[in-house]
Design a protein around this ligand. Structure first.
Ligand code: FES
Ligand code: FES
Length: 159
């Protein structure tokens, strides 16, 4: 079946099977390799994308479900500069090692900080509890997200 949706600001149309998962469509048909294939069982968050602005596991979404909707991957937000504070904070806090989990963490954190620009550490921990990292440990990631929140507030002139 044909499925048409907006991917990173542009409308795309793909041929998809009714039981095809969005993760496969994005990686195998649309070249979105920043969307990582981890557990495929809704446990690791590596495959996170934004669907109509909300983080979802693309391994749990059937492609026909995104007809007419908007999907955003991390590369688009890197191009537009919207995740620059998160990228800088992750790098400076040593929150990236192999990088496999990083797109998922950044998308989840980005959506969360839009809703909650002044979070507590506990709120950040809750926000990213659905994303797993096997390398860095979580403290650096949490610190990076708190730092990114502060950078975003400063750049918005709101300390
Ligand atoms: S690959 Fe989707 S949650 Fe792990
Ligand atoms: S940096 Fe390797 S899995 Fe998180």
């Amino acid at each position: 079946m044909k499925v048409r949706f907006k991917l990173n600001g542009k409308w795309v149309e793909v041929d998809a099977k009714p039981n095809e998962i969005l993760l496969d469509t994005l990686r195998l048909k649309l070249g979105a390799r920043s969307v990582k294939r981890g557990c495929e069982t809704a446990e690791c968050g590596a495959c996170t994308v934004l669907l109509d602005g909300k983080p979802v596991y693309s391994c749990t979404i059937l492609t026909p479900m995104v007809e007419g909707r908007e999907v955003i991957t991390v590369d688009y937000l890197a191009e537009t500069g919207e995740i620059q504070p998160l990228m800088e904070a992750f790098a400076e806090h040593g929150a990236v090692q192999c990088g496999f989990c990083t797109p998922g963490f950044i998308l989840t954190a980005y959506a969360f900080l839009k809703q909650n620009p002044r979070p507590s550490e506990w709120e950040v921990r809750k926000a990213v509890e659905g994303n797993l990292c096997r390398c860095t440990g979580y403290q650096k990631i949490i610190e990076a997200i708190l730092d990114a929140a502060e950078r975003m507030r400063k750049s918005n002139g709101n300390k």
